[in-house]
Design a protein. Structure first.
Length: 351
């Protein structure tokens, strides 16, 4: 036989066999049936080469704006955490049953089962994530968010993903909490007049700060709905070491008494003691012993007695009894702190 004829016959046989395989129903398409190794390798290589070829030219914008973290964090919690999990959560109904399994993005690259690390430097990894979120991955459960979210919203999610592996469950909760009155961020036409008025009366324009998000839905989280929750969020923000997050909970005119000294505005506190206070709390363990609260719909007080164990700036170990009085007022964005009074002494165990 001539070589050409042999090739033709071989091709025909292969095509018929292939069609036979498709039609026979032999292949198990169930997500609970794993690919054999060579198929897995082929799919993974196809995915990574395809993404690398397309993400290479993407220019990564600065990702360190705290506002991006807040926007991206809230979006992640709403749309992604069900599959990609969050700090302290090892599996969900979605993540366990999907195949390929969604990587746990709250762990670093090392935590991605089946994915070799080495997506390179931060820029390469950010560009790769941006491309994946925008375009999705065929036949995997990973949807394309490009059709419903503009690039700024997607970059905010990327900014959050870069930070996510370093967050503990408390910090995660703070970063992903939506401020009261802030909406989920889906596109919609025509602001309610009331929302527009609220936005105008707020100190800053919310839509600027949140990449065009508008407000029309009630809070999706409890973080700003009670004075105690606002105080817990403030404490966790202090512990996270992120000044921008801390400032979110302080009214601009906040008055802070600390050890006999007074700081008379948020800016003054941010410029003076905030840094040292955050550094101290970051290394300390705070145990709340007693908390009470009261007030009206617009103004509230929260008093807290706690025990703080940690290290002084000189490395000496300390054990303090600490008292805190906080006054809060309700604003269009939720509860904000207008006064704090802190004092402490050495902790004396009750005999
Ligand atoms: C229905 C479940 C599901 C949801 C919801 C989902 N993903 Fe995914 N995602 C997946 C799966 C499955 C993969 C793995 C695909 C693969 O390996 O081929 C994936 C992969 C990824 C990857 C690549 C991870 C890596 O390093 O390989 C990123 C980044 C990602 N998703 C981000 C997001 C973000 C951000 C959101 C929310 C806007 C989101 N995903 C929502 C299922 C989901």
């Amino acid at each position: 036989m001539k070589p050409l004829k042999t090739t033709l016959i071989a091709t025909t046989v292969a095509a018929v066999a292939g069609l036979g395989f498709l039609y026979s129903g032999v292949y198990n398409i169930g997500a609970d049936d794993q690919h054999i190794k060579p198929v897995y390798w082929a799919l993974e290589t196809l995915r990574e080469r395809s993404i690398a070829a397309r993400a290479g030219d993407i220019e990564v914008p600065p990702l360190d704006d705290p506002q991006m973290l807040l926007t991206g964090g809230a979006d992640y919690n709403d749309m992604c955490a069900g599959c990609h999990l969050k700090p302290g959560k090892k599996s969900s109904e979605m993540s366990a049953g999907l195949y390929p399994q969604p990587p746990n993005l709250s762990l670093g690259i090392e935590g991605h089962a089946g994915h070799e690390g080495g997506h390179g430097d931060v820029n390469t990894s950010a560009a790769r994530q941006f491309w994946i979120i925008k375009h999705g991955i065929k036949a995997s459960g990973m949807a394309a968010f490009g059709p419903t979210h503009d690039d700024a919203r997607i970059w905010a999610m990327v900014a959050f993903l870069q930070k996510l592996p370093t967050l503990d469950p408390d910090q995660y909760q703070i970063l992903t909490a939506r401020a009261e009155g802030e909406m989920q961020g889906m596109d919609h036409e025509g602001d309610a007049p009331e929302a527009t008025a609220r936005e105008a009366s707020a100190g800053h324009s919310n839509s600027d700060a949140h990449h065009g998000m508008t407000m029309d839905q009630p809070a999706t989280t409890a973080a700003t709905s009670t004075p105690e929750a606002a105080m817990a969020a403030f404490q966790a923000a202090m512990k996270s070491g992120d000044a921008a997050l801390v400032k979110r909970w302080l009214a601009p005119e906040v008055l802070i008494y600390e050890g006999g000294a007074a700081e008379r505005s948020r800016d003054e506190y941010a410029a003076h003691h905030l840094g040292a206070d955050m550094a101290f709390l970051k290394k300390s363990r705070v145990e709340i012993l007693k908390q009470s609260s009261g007030g009206s719909d617009d103004a509230a007080w929260v008093t807290t007695e706690s025990r703080i164990r940690g290290e002084s700036s000189k490395g000496k170990s300390i054990d303090l009894a600490s008292t805190e009085t906080a006054l809060l007022k309700r604003t269009a964005e939720g509860w904000r702190i207008v006064h704090l009074h802190w004092s402490s002494q050495d902790f004396k165990p009750k005999l």
